[in-house]
Design a protein around this ligand. Structure first.
Ligand code: ADP
Length: 357
């Protein structure tokens, strides 16, 4: 299995167009599962196409196992791709779909049979080997596509939104299976998705991409608790992080020109404006702690293990998470305490300057 390294990889599709990918630099260790997450147009497919060799780099380099792949033909790069739409051949059985690439490479019958059965056992596909794809569920089809990728024993697996056409329950199930497979095979995997929840659950490391540029690289928890900038803070986490305009005054932090929690953030410059970001689980309600403000309850979402309270204070709307079984009524006045040790402060360049301890 391989390592892959990106050295300032940039791609422009046309001379006078903007960069689809700019200075993408990343080292993926052997056996690591790195998830690249970004919204549509952020450059995810471009990255995969550059690795596969379907597109040429504008500048920079990509190395697999320490060797530049730029002069290698796509078929020689030894990477296997699993797509969103499975790309199975409908007239062939599951067995023949898994065996297809090996037959083209003229591997021996015995070798093919061994590998098909090995992959089918790992992915619990043995009962379906004689069946054609149309008889299978979406999850089973995706497992066939994974098996087909596995039998190549590639240096690198590339997964292009492999779960996005499955329904929510199957998606959970498949993401667990892919993660388990990754652990069993100790495979190096680059996994691309627009879905931040999928990204958080799958990744050893996450790469957040926006408009062709890496915004942050880190473990899911690092990124959640220590977002580098406002974009990352808003992109990761549901419900989305709450944001307030704030000003560091002589006395503490002034929120939305109204309240003044007496917390000193010494790292913030006095009389400067910041955006304060705080996650819903760090806004406590009816707590026996100091009340920072009293907000109007506009909407309640009971999710079972927790309740989301949509609150309004002056012009600020925000969401607090509550973990007890209390029943709330829309229109209630709710006492709110901000756990400000968990708040993040962003400057006018949208960089995080402080907070999130
Ligand atoms: P994603 O996969 O994250 O949706 P893409 O890599 O497809 O993003 O696109 C990144 C940027 O590159 C977008 O602005 C897109 O319009 C542009 N782009 C992608 N493919 C091409 C192409 N073949 N020709 C010109 N521009 C392209």
């Amino acid at each position: 299995m391989g390592t892959i390294e990106f050295k300032q990889v940039s791609k422009k599709y046309k001379e006078n167009a903007g960069y689809a990918l700019k200075d993408f630099t990343l080292q993926v260790k052997e056996g690591e599962l790195v998830v690249i997450v970004g919204s549509s147009g952020s450059g995810k497919s471009t990255l995969l196409e550059l690795i596969c060799g379907f597109e040429a780099l504008t500048s920079g380099d990509i190395l697999i196992d320490g060797q530049s792949i730029q002069d290698q033909l796509p078929k020689d790069r030894n990477v296997s791709m699993v797509f969103q739409n499975y790309a199975l051949l409908p007239h062939l059985t599951v067995y023949e779909n898994i065996a297809f690439g090996m037959r083209i490479r003229k591997e021996s019958k015995q070798q093919i049979d061994e590998k098909v059965r090995w992959a089918a056992a790992l992915l619990e596909l043995e009962p379906y080997l004689k069946v054609k794809p149309k008889k299978l569920s979406g999850g089973q089809r995706q497992r066939v596509a994974l098996a087909r990728a596995m039998v190549r024993k590639p240096k690198l697996f590339l997964m292009d939104e492999p779960l996005s056409s499955l329904d929510a329950k199957l998606r959970d199930n498949m993401s667990t299976q892919i993660k388990a497979l990754h652990e069993k095979l100790h495979a190096t995997m680059l996994y691309v998705t627009h879905d931040q929840i999928e990204a958080m659950t799958m990744a050893d490391r996450l790469v957040i991409l926006d408009q062709g540029k890496i915004q942050q690289i880190g473990s899911p928890l690092e990124i959640y608790h220590q977002p580098k900038n406002l974009f990352v803070a808003q992109f990761i986490g549901r419900p989305s992080i709450n944001l307030f305009e704030c000003r560091r005054t002589e006395f503490g932090i002034l929120l939305d020109e109204a309240i003044e929690p007496r917390v000193n953030e010494n790292l913030l410059e006095k009389n400067q404006d910041y955006k304060l970001g705080i996650r819903s689980e760090h806004i406590e309600i009816d707590a026996e702690k100091e009340t920072h403000l009293v907000a109007l309850l506009e909407k309640v979402e009971y999710l079972g293990s927790e309740t989301l309270l949509h609150l309004k204070y002056k012009n600020c709307k925000f969401v607090a998470k509550n973990y007890n079984d209390k029943i709330f009524k829309v229109g209630d006045a709710i006492k709110v305490h901000f756990n400000l040790t968990k708040a993040h402060y962003f400057d006018n360049q949208q960089e995080r300057v402080s907070g999130g301890k």
